[in-house]
Design a protein around this ligand. Structure first.
Ligand code: UDX
Length: 471
């Protein structure tokens, strides 16, 4: 990663505006970055947020908040995929503000307006998916930095998209999914955002928009660290012509401890912590599929059955909307014996966990995840090996890196069936997982190293603070 020193511009009373994409996996890293910046060298932070997935200012009394119109039609907000909602937000925000509704530009203008009572605004940090917001900031002469909430590997695939298209890797063909992308090892075509033939054009637009946002920006912050993705960061620095590229992650480790809990859209159920205290070290399998991944009811029963018969204690996050087409709080059918196992304390089911505290607990010995980037990074940070069951977006490539590049987990492939799941659990939690645990602990030590003073992520954060002061 490079740059960030910035000429002159030492500490001094400055305000930073941040605008996350309103989804849990994007809100957490942006609020963690806000927490890492707030109070450093006189910086104070204002969080811009939408009505859709609105944040609760009372949970962050030290930060200021400003709501902006998101323009997401109610039916899209209710049923739309993350890609459709991103599309709708940008379309609405690019439109001129009508006399009645204030536009994101008006909100920015009022925040930027000089006011002797408040520190001058240095810049706006946006999610890469908010190109329309960047245009509004540019029209006000406000510098923008971009936070990429995914891995460096993921963003380097965004940059490589034209090549992938030219060499006919994209759009992906069912018959070539397991073909290696030789320019981007260890990825195969299937690992490149493939989630069914349907909405490839929409995905292409999301990638193109995010790449344009970064290219137009005054700098890029990535939630990863130098030792985890050296080649990918090198590739990005070589291809991007922005002033700074800073790998300042894992951000959840750089901000005050309880930031993630406070940016949680679902209430985290801390009762699981007492249950974990009753379990032997390294004995528990933690199972959670992030905020968006889902499964059908047959798969749900296979998972429940396997967790029950695996013989390992488990902590399972069953979000109300985990099962497609039903609400798990009202109509959950459990396989025989499952509820008794829970009553006898061999398992625990909650709707939403304090995930970072869970992964840091000594009783947790393995993590069955969908391989969202935050979950992957959080697991690596605590030295917990993974079973990965990816579904969409960057989850396939995260899985590929976990298995092939870092050797700290493996993919559970094929249909979700009780037998295969049990085999995977035994492989992760039993003797077979010993060398994986060794490699995971080695990576945990590397995370600790980058966070020490003088470590690469601390230096990146210091450079970011200096750079902001120079804007
Ligand atoms: C989404 C995409 O799915 C993912 O692929 C992309 O990398 C980021 O955006 P999400 O699916 O929510 O993210 O998964 P993830 O990236 O793992 O983020 C989930 C966040 O919620 C994590 O920070 C995790 O700590 C938190 N979480 C998850 C909880 O606090 N409690 C839970 O029970 C589960």
């Amino acid at each position: 990663t490079r740059g960030g020193g910035g000429a002159g511009g030492g500490g001094g009373w400055r305000r930073v505006l941040v605008f996350p994409l309103p989804f849990q996996g994007h809100i957490n890293p942006m609020l963690q970055l806000a927490g890492a910046l707030h109070g450093r060298d006189g910086l104070s932070v204002t969080v811009l947020h939408t009505g859709f997935n609105a944040l609760d200012p009372s949970l962050h009394p030290e930060l200021a908040f400003a709501e902006v119109p998101d323009g997401v039609p109610p039916d899209v907000a209710a049923a739309g995929s993350i890609v459709e909602i991103i599309h709708a937000m940008n379309a609405a925000m690019e439109g001129e503000s009508s006399p009645t509704s204030t536009s994101v530009r008006d909100v920015l203008a009022s925040l930027v307006a000089a006011d002797e009572g408040k520190p001058p605004v240095a810049c706006l940090i946006i999610d890469a998916n908010l190109l329309a917001v960047q245009k509004a900031a540019a029209s006000l002469g406000l510098p923008t930095l971009v936070l990429r909430t995914g891995s460096a590997a993921c963003f380097s695939c965004f940059l490589a998209y034209p090549m992938l298209h030219e060499k006919r890797y994209m759009p992906p063909k069912e018959s070539r999914l397991y073909e290696p992308v030789k320019e981007l090892p260890p990825l195969r075509i299937r690992d490149l955002f493939y989630s069914g033939p349907a909405n490839h054009e929409m995905i292409r637009q999301v990638l193109a928009r995010a790449t344009e946002t970064v290219r137009n920006s005054d700098g890029l912050v990535i939630n990863t660290f130098d030792e985890l993705e050296p080649a990918e960061l090198e590739r990005i620095c070589g291809e991007l012509d922005v002033a700074v590229v800073l790998a300042a992650g894992p951000l959840h480790k750089l901000s005050p401890v309880d930031y993630a809990g406070r940016s949680s859209l679902l209430r985290q159920d801390h009762s699981c912590m007492e249950w974990l205290d009753t379990q032997a070290t390294g004995s528990v399998l933690y199972v959670s599929f992030g905020s968006l991944a889902s499964m059908d009811s047959d798969e749900f029963l296979e998972v429940a059955g396997a967790l029950h018969s695996s013989g390992h204690p488990f902590l399972w996050v069953v979000r109300p909307d985990l099962v497609r087409g039903s609400h798990t709080t009202t109509s959950t059918r459990w396989p025989d014996g499952f509820e008794r196992a829970v009553e006898e304390g061999r398992g625990k089911v909650i709707q939403w966990a304090p995930q970072q505290q869970v992964l840091a607990h000594h009783a947790v010995g393995g993590f069955w995840t969908h391989a969202g980037w935050n979950s992957t990074l959080e697991s690596i940070s605590e030295g917990v090996p993974m079973i990965c069951r990816p579904q969409f977006a960057d989850q396939m490539m995260n899985t590929r890196y976990v298995q092939e590049a870092w050797g700290v987990g493996f993919e559970l492939e094929g249909e979700l069936k009780r037998g295969e799941i049990e085999r995977a659990i035994r492989k992760l939690m039993g003797e077979e997982g010993a060398d994986m645990r060794e490699r995971t602990d080695e990576l945990r030590r590397k995370v600790a190293g980058c966070l020490e003073s003088g470590g690469s992520s601390q230096v990146a954060l210091d450079n970011l603070v200096k750079y902001i002061a120079s804007l």
